[in-house]
Each structure stands twice: as structure tokens, then as C-alpha cells.
Design a protein around this ligand. Structure first.
Ligand SMILES: Cc1cc2nc3c(=O)[nH]c(=O)nc-3n(C[C@H](O)[C@H](O)[C@H](O)COP(=O)(O)OP(=O)(O)OC[C@H]3O[C@@H](n4cnc5c(N)ncnc54)[C@H](O)[C@@H]3O)c2cc1C
Length: 233
């Protein structure tokens, strides 16, 4: 069946006509065995570092393409689990990300590959200045450096416009105006970030909601209520 026959024009517009959330520039660093995250206050949590503390201005500045001393999200996945496979034993990995506009990279990628690569290296260096605020000697330990622009995420991960959180979380696209789980096709359900809540726990929850909706059975395990404390004596 051709697409245009399967979906009404209105449904097609609803499923494709929304605005995506912003994109990100991502860096992954593989560090040698001398790097001790705890020395820098890095543990089983995420760090959001805003150099000026003026969040609105920092977002606006970066979305306008100014990456001088950007804010960063920094996390150390190897501090979050003992499971093998995230990094070589005894070594740590750092994940660093910040907001980044899609269009400038998209245009350079399409029209001027050399300038695209130069811009990518430049933004990497600018982000690393903020990383050095938190880990001044990070360069002494970095053995592997991988970084990606919005078009990298679009190409390798299939994220349209390199979006981070699916459909943008603006009033006209949240609550009852979110895409939701069901579509006009009785056997097509949505569970990704644009369907309802974005984020990792968000999309897991979306999947569980849809399973419950389809089977009529609860899949979430109930937490036992804490036992009341009984006063001694
Ligand atoms: C840098 C970054 C950091 C983040 N950090 C956090 C965090 O710390 N905590 C958190 O909760 N959330 C975080 N998020 C958000 C979270 O990752 C997303 O909200 C979540 O992964 C969305 O899940 P999804 O299933 O909708 O999409 P994805 O996780 O993108 O899954 C879609 C999958 O579909 C595949 N795919 C795409 N096109 C096709 C195709 N044509 N055929 C077959 N397969 C295809 C893709 O390869 C991908 O595996 C982060 C996002 C980014 C970009």
C-alpha cells in the first residue's frame, strides 16, 4: 500500500510536521589507567557545568554559534557500573556534551567538507577549555578522542537534525499535544522520545506503558511500602 493511502493527510502531517529538539556536540575520551575520577569530584553522577551561571544567556550564545567557554554536561560511564565492556579494565571513559546548532554544521558538511572538518576541530578545542576548568590536566591522560557534530549524530545514529530529545519540549508539543503512543494505523505504536517522555528512563517508561496498554497487564513491579517503625518499650 502506498503511504498516501495508508495515512490521512492530517495524520501524516501530525507524525512528520513537528519541530525537533536542539542538537549536541559530543565528545568521548578514553583515559589511561593513571586517571582517577574521584580526584576531580567525578563519581556515579552527572555534572552540568555552566561557566557564568547565566543559563539562558549561555544557551542563547551557543545556539547563535558562539562556543567560547561553553557550558558542558560531563559524565564518567565507567563510574556508574562495574559491568565489563564500557572501557578496558582499570581505565575510565568521559562523555562530554553541549548544545549545538544543526544548520551551520549541516551547511558546511554539504557544501565545504574541508571547512566542516576545521570547524569540528575548532569546536572540539573550545569545549575542551571548559573540560580543563574541571580537569586541568585532562590532556595528560587522554589516549583516545572521539567527537561528533549534529551531522555525525544524524548520519550514524539516524537522529534527524541530530536532535537530543525527540520532538522539542515546547508548549505546543507537550501534554495532550505530544505525539502519543497510538497512530491511525491500528498496529503501529510509537514509544520513542517524541511519543511521550524523552530521556532513557522516559522511553523505557513509554515502552512499558504501551505493553500495559496492549496486554492489559501491569508490567511495573510494585515497590513494597516501608514497614512502619514500631516504638520500642
Ligand atoms: C549526547 C546525549 C546525551 C544524553 N544523555 C542522556 C542522559 O544522561 N540521560 C538520559 O536519560 N537521556 C539522555 N539523552 C537522551 C536519550 O539518549 C534519548 O532521549 C533516548 O535515547 C531516545 O530514545 P529513542 O528510542 O527515542 O531513540 P534512540 O535512542 O535514538 O534509538 C533509535 C534507534 O533507531 C535506530 N534507527 C534509526 N533509523 C533507523 C532505521 N531507518 N532503521 C533501523 N534502525 C534505525 C538508531 O540507530 C537507534 O538505535 C542523551 C542524548 C544525547 C544525544
Amino acid at each position: 500500500m502506498h503511504d498516501s493511502e495508508a495515512l490521512s493527510r492530517k495524520e501524516r502531517q501530525r507524525l512528520t510536521g513537528y519541530e525537533y529538539s536542539a542538537s549536541a556536540f559530543n565528545i568521548y575520551l578514553g583515559l589511561d589507567s593513571r586517571f582517577d575520577p574521584e580526584r576531580y569530584g567525578i563519581g556515579n553522577w552527572n555534572i552540568w557545568y555552566y561557566p557564568t551561571g547565566d543559563l539562558n544567556r549561555e544557551y542563547q550564545k551557543q545556539l547563535a554559534g558562539d562556543f567560547s567557554r561553553p557550558w558542558i554536561f560531563l559524565s564518567c560511564p565507567t563510574m556508574k557500573t562495574q559491568e565489563p565492556g564500557i572501557g578496558p579494565r582499570g581505565h575510565h571513559v568521559l562523555e562530554i556534551a553541549t548544545i549545538c546548532p544543526y544548520e551551520p554544521f549541516e551547511s558546511l558538511h554539504k557544501h565545504d567538507p574541508k571547512a566542516y572538518k576545521a570547524k569540528k576541530r575548532e569546536v572540539y578545542q573550545q569545549i575542551m577549555t571548559s573540560v580543563r576548568d574541571l580537569i586541568p590536566d585532562v590532556d595528560n591522560y587522554a589516549r583516545m578522542k572521539l567527537y561528533g557534530t549534529p551531522t555525525t549524530s544524524e548520519f550514524y545514529l539516524g537522529q534527524p537534525q541530530g536532535n537530543i530529545y525527540g520532538a522539542k519540549l515546547v508548549p505546543k508539543q507537550v501534554g495532550l499535544d505530544r505525539l502519543g503512543y497510538t497512530t491511525e494505523l491500528p498496529n503501529l505504536f510509537l514509544v520513542g522520545a517524541s511519543a511521550c517522555y524523552p530521556s532513557v528512563p522516559g522511553v523505557i517508561g513509554n515502552g512499558m506503558d504501551v505493553v500495559e496498554m496492549l496486554t492489559g497487564q501491569a508490567v511495573r513491579q510494585r515497590q513494597e511500602a516501608p514497614k512502619p517503625l514500631v516504638a520500642a518499650g
